[in-house]
Design a protein around this ligand. Structure first.
Ligand code: XMP
Length: 516
């Protein structure tokens, strides 16, 4: 059984980073809500438990608490920020509201030797950490001592060495705590005794065994392919597990980037030799989208058309009882609501394989435990080409949501060309891997230009490039001025029909990554 560190989530924005950092050190970590049933926790037999940060104040009535039973499970516990405070409060200490809030960098001084710090931090130097708190511990529970201080937090790190309970006021999971990952690693490996042997090679073996067990010796699986990383890695992994009993369905909605549809067919049909049904449904999608301008209407039409086409293709595969989906871990983490807020739908997402429940197919989701960067690592482990594995995310509705206003074949062709030139320039400049997503948007605007001695009246194009870790927030990529003017010149020269290029400099929030 894989060794597990369990992270109980109190709703911090950065809880996911705790699991990611641990996994980077070869220790498998999972996140569950703070109020998870203790029987479920015990059944997972974690080697250690981390209590995350959270947005509430432990002094507020009704603020969340860890299940008391976790303190009696005999496993090490590590409380981070809110997690430290609730642990103190629950074990008989006291937390007070601070007069001042402390945000940002702080310097940590070691106050007592602890196995948590040994070989990592010493007494003589100060260590940079990232703080973000208002409350602070005022009185320690019995058995605890201070092991590090900072000017704003006299209880910056505390320990009850006999029970192996630790707490820190700062956030080791963020990059602004440079040694934070090493600290989490020490907790997992030295304090909890994890071996750190969770690698993509071992994951590949386990996942293949799990697929074989689920599907059995006879079962057949259908997998929707989009040309993106997640569905591609899903398909190759399942193919490795069950061979020809996997059939891929590629619904070609005519909204792909330049050359992408051909590449999917070549790679999966020819190179991997996976049985592939290629549904060329561009006419159907474009007919249904004819004259539609509302972004949500476009998304819904594409989602429904996808299901129609996919359903029909799937029905033609005899005896298939399983449907493969490239669901990732961020989609399955059970969300925590500690503030009782409600969220609004910004966009209705459409994903390949996002099919209705009445398909009566059982799901196979071999990537459910993985973050996006881990899926890429798994793809590399499977020997998949870097051009595919390192590819930027691409939305299910494709180029339709990058053409504000009505979609036509002409506009799609224009956008495909411009997008290809833009991406080529980025690749040639060696910038592709530094960017989360780069793409062009064909604007419903024409403007006057002068080319040679002639007047032009052509389309304007926006180009966008963002950095992000998960697509939830994004920063604009800081291209040099030279690069931007070089790209603009290339696009206007090489793509007939575009005479103006703008660079979108909106971060997310307030913008979203896609325009629709
Ligand atoms: P937004 O535009 O919401 O996008 O900031 C965040 C990330 O999600 C991608 N995206 C989608 N992916 N189906 C998908 O599979 C969709 O309907 C969809 N809409 C947006 C977007 O490209 C970005 O990576």
């Amino acid at each position: 059984m894989t060794e597990l560190i369990l992270v109980l989530d109190f709703g911090s924005q950065v809880t996911q980073l705790i699991a990611r950092r641990l996994r980077e050190t070869g220790v498998y970590a999972e996140i569950l809500p703070f109020d998870t049933d203790t029987k479920r926790i015990a059944a997972l037999a974690p080697k250690g438990i981390i209590l995350s940060g959270g947005p509430m104040s432990v002094v507020d009535e009704g603020s969340p608490r860890a299940p008391m039973a976790v303190f009696d499970m005999g496993v090490p516990i590590f409380g981070i920020c809110y997690g430290q405070q609730t642990m103190c409060q629950q074990l008989g200490g006291k937390v007070i509201s601070g007069d001042t809030r402390e945000f940002g960098r702080a310097n940590l001084k070691i106050a007592a030797s602890s196995p948590l710090f040994q070989g990592l931090w010493d007494y003589d130097t100060q260590h940079q950490v990232w703080m973000s708190h208002g409350d602070k511990v005022d009185h320690l529970p019995d058995g605890f001592q201070v092991i590090a201080t900072s000017s704003g937090a006299p209880y910056a790190a505390i320990a009850d060495e006999s029970r192996k309970f630790y707490g820190v006021q700062f956030h080791p999971e963020v990059v602004h705590t440079p040694d934070g990952k090493a600290l989490l690693e020490r907790f997992a490996k030295v304090i909890c005794g994890c071996g750190g042997d969770w690698t993509m090679a071992s994951y590949r073996e386990q996942a293949i065994a799990a697929i074989r067990e689920k599907v059995g010796d006879e079962g057949k699986v259908i997998c929707g392919l989009s040309g993106g990383v997640d569905s591609s890695v899903t398909a190759v992994l399942i193919h490795e597990a069950i061979g020809e009993r996997l059939t891929c369905v590629f619904v070609d909605h005519g909204l792909m980037r330049k050359g992408e549809a051909d590449e999917v067919i070549r790679l999966f049909g020819d190179q991997y030799n996976i049985p592939l049904i290629h549904e060329n449904a561009a006419d159907l999608f474009l007919d249904r989208l004819d004259g539609v301008t509302d972004p949500e209407a476009k998304r819904k039409i594409i989602g429904a058309a996808f299901i129609d086409v996919f359903d029909k293709a799937a029905a033609s595969i005899d005896g298939a009882k399983f449907l493969a989906q490239g669901t990732l871990y961020p989609d399955v983490i059970e969300s925590v609501s500690v503030t009782g807020g409600t969220s609004v739908t910004i966009k209705s997402h459409h994903n390949v394989g996002g099919l209705p429940d009445d398909m009566a197919l059982e799901l196979v989701e071999p990537l459910r435990a993985l973050f996006k960067d881990e899926v890429r690592a798994l793809g590399r482990e499977l020997g998949m080409p870097e051009t595919l594995v390192g590819r930027h995310p691409f939305p299910g509705p494709g180029l339709a949501i990058r053409i504000p206003g009505a979609i036509t074949r002409e506009k799609l062709d224009l956008l495909r060309e411009a997008d290809a030139v833009y991406l080529d320039a980025i690749r040639k400049a060696g910038l592709y891997d530094e960017i989360w997503q780069a793409f062009a948007v064909l604007l419903p605007v024409r403007s006057v230009g002068v080319m040679g001695d002639a007047r032009s009246y052509d389309h304007a194009l926006a180009i966008r490039a963002v950095t992000s870790t998960d697509g939830m927030t994004a920063d604009v990529y800081p291209f040099s001025h030279d690069f931007l003017t070089h790209v603009a010149t290339r696009i206007v020269n090489e793509v007939k029909g575009i005479n103006r290029v703008t660079y979108d400099i909106t971060s997310k929030p307030p913008g979203t990554i896609e325009w629709e």
